[in-house]
Write a protein that binds this ligand. Sequence first.
Ligand code: IMP
Length: 391
Amino acid sequence: MLRVDVVLGLQWGDEGKGKIVDALAGRYPVVARFQGGPNAGHTLYYNGQKIVLHQIPAGIFHPAVLCLMGDGLVLDPEVLLREVQGLRALGLAPEERLYIGERAHLILPVHRWLESVSEEGEKIGTTRRGIGPAYADRYARRGLPVHAIEAPDFRRQVQRLTAYHEARFPDREPLPIPDTFWEGIELLRTLRRVRVSEWLPRFPAVLAEGSQGTLLDIFAGTYPYVTSSHTTVAGVLAGLSVPAQAIREVYGVLKAYTTRVGEGPFPTEIHGELAAWLQERGQEKGSTTGRLRRCGWLDLVALRYAIQINGVTRLTLTKADVLCGLPEVKVRTGGTDDAPTYTTLPGWQSLSDPAFQAFLTFIEEQTGVPICAISTGPHRHEWLERMPLSS
Ligand code: IMP
């Protein structure tokens, strides 16, 4: 039976998932995104160059790996066009290894437009990539799946949905559909589009690459300050059409502290000088929007919840190097969201400091899950495996 291993974020996104996907990807014939869209920004280093991928799975940098954009996605053809062009400029031929779930839905220009003319997106602090409106159309059963591009009246369907939304805002300038959208559609027509339930089981194993984080899940997250998809393991089942029994390892990624972009509750948030220090040291700026991320201490109450609902089997810890030099580090271990209580641990000077080892042991004891790997810096080689990863 197909084996599905999963990498997902346990906080509010930006945990550094790209790094573990990169470390694991070469061991799988297929890496698949299962939810979200270009709201994600997975930062990677390829031949020393920094690259941010928004829709294409991070496995694309491994020459033998096939990359699937699963049915759970909302896919922006214009962003796809730019990403494919960018990868070609690096000497890659992404179209040879890229597969698209025919039931993924399209993000139209009008979906992005809706986020700028309505105030809904502003309240949440969305990435303004049209994610919410595209999923809303999908669930309202008027959205356009990828396979719609084959319909003879596809152009009409796009115009009709665009007009439907424009009519809600009669005093706004109507939206011209840019040529780049149609160019993106032309590109999609040349790519391999597949029925995921038939294509994926041909392989022995797949690595499912999550985006955003558990606390941004549409059901399980801090609603309404969430994204519009299932960022949890539930999203893997629906987004890739795989049975629950196929799920094996669930790698949960967490940062040594917490960040959040956009609005919404954040019990362990820090303000003032220390927050500014973390933003600066940790380069806590959104990779999609450039916004500064809010920063706070690690929240073990939230982490235990995320581990529980995803069935996390292994943890990977990122950005502990950012905290080097702090005299002490706080971790939320209890209390309510309004009145969290903390345990204070000694800080560390370097990641070989015994105080850092004590921090790792503390997390493992508090969660009951082993930390299998640690990211020790932003680059590909800055990575330490503490136990054998999946084979
Ligand atoms: P949307 O996904 O653009 O609708 O935004 C909804 C919420 O999720 C906002 O608070 C965003 O900042 C947040 N969000 C969406 N994608 C990401 C991500 O990749 N990392 C971190 N936060 C994200």
